[in-house]
Design a binder for this molecule. Structure first.
Ligand SMILES: Nc1ncnc2c1ncn2[C@@H]1O[C@H](COP(=O)(O)OP(=O)(O)O)[C@@H](O)[C@H]1O
Ligand SMILES: [Mg+2]
Length: 278
């Protein structure tokens, strides 16, 4: 089988603030169809990693390659073209309070400076994305009229409206109750399956990673089902970030067998919570 194409690669990337590294000589390669679960305590570098992948922060050292292309010499205009293929749900959702739900979701299409779709197409795709997250009836509302979980779903609709190749979800379940969190990760699994999107998710919840590593959306039955292991690994790997470097990198079974006390301590309380929810 041909190697899947590289989507995002960091080569010895360091990003510092006032001399303190938030990412410390970080290297990884994500290929098409992969899923990555980025676990890590607050301040470990999860958001900085995502912003660096999007070109919103520039590395002090090292290289970021998107779709195999070195981005270090890209102009801001060239970055716009790259970002069109990247979907992003920022931490806290980042919706514009003064815009309607329709305008919020349409925003990445309206602001496509290179190749803006027609107004009819923008409307159709916005509606489709909102229907995907089961919020087709909220077009004319504003964010303050929706619950926290619904706003997060609007954020997912906005992240996927451009049909991105890679979607970055920064702490999509932060601040949500367990049941709403479940609906959010289930939508992420659905998006990953239906659009065949490479997916990276930063989270402090171990059970989000467990879900994405073990469950998938079945396009035919329209249900969430266990991953078929006959097809091999689902391509979901876990990272544990600590002070801007990987304290762990591997599969979920490897993670659960690790003896590293930092990684174990980070994971164990989440496993208890997960057990209770089952
Ligand atoms: N804009 C910034 N200015 C200064 N320091 C920052 C900035 N953004 C992030 N940091 C620092 O970088 C580190 C990693 O932050 P972040 O990636 O946001 O953590 P998290 O894993 O919680 O998402 C933290 O120490 C944070 O204080
Ligand atoms: Mg963060």
């Amino acid at each position: 089988m041909a190697e899947r194409r590289p989507i995002l690669e960091f080569e010895n990337v360091t990003v510092s603030f006032a001399g303190a590294p938030a990412l410390d000589n970080l290297s990884f390669l994500v290929r098409e169809g992969d899923s990555r679960i980025i676990l890590g305590a607050a301040g470990s570098g999860k958001s900085v990693l995502m912003k660096t992948a999007l070109g919103l922060l520039k590395p002090d050292r090292g290289r970021v390659k998107v779709f195999g292309e070195d981005t270090s010499h890209l102009s801001e205009t060239q970055w716009f073209a790259v970002r069109r293929k990247l979907g992003v749900l920022f931490q806290e959702g980042g919706l514009f309070d003064s815009l309607t739900i329709e305008e919020n979701v349409a925003y990445p299409l309206e602001n496509n400076r290179v190749n803006r779709p027609s107004s009819e197409e923008i409307f159709e795709r916005t509606k489709e994305a909102l229907e995907f997250v089961e919020l087709g009836e909220t077009l004319d509302k504003v964010p303050s009229e929706l619950s926290g979980g619904m706003r997060r779903r609007v954020g997912i609709a906005r992240a996927m409206v451009t049909n991105p190749t890679l979607t970055l979800y920064d702490s999509p379940t932060a601040g949500l109750d367990p049941i709403t969190s479940y609906t959010i990760v289930a939508l992420i699994a659905k998006e990953r399956c239906v659009h065949n999107t490479t997916t990276m998710i930063a989270t402090h919840r171990y059970q989000d990673g467990h879900f994405l590593a073990n469950y998938t959306y079945n396009d035919k039955t329209h249900r969430i089902e266990p991953v078929n292991r006959d097809g091999g690994d689902a391509g979901t790997r876990f990272w544990v970030l600590r002070s801007g470097h990987f304290a762990f990198e591997g599969t979920q079974s490897e993670l659960e067998e690790t003896r590293d006390p930092y990684v174990r301590n980070f994971m164990k309380p989440r496993m208890k919570t997960y057990g209770k929810q089952e």
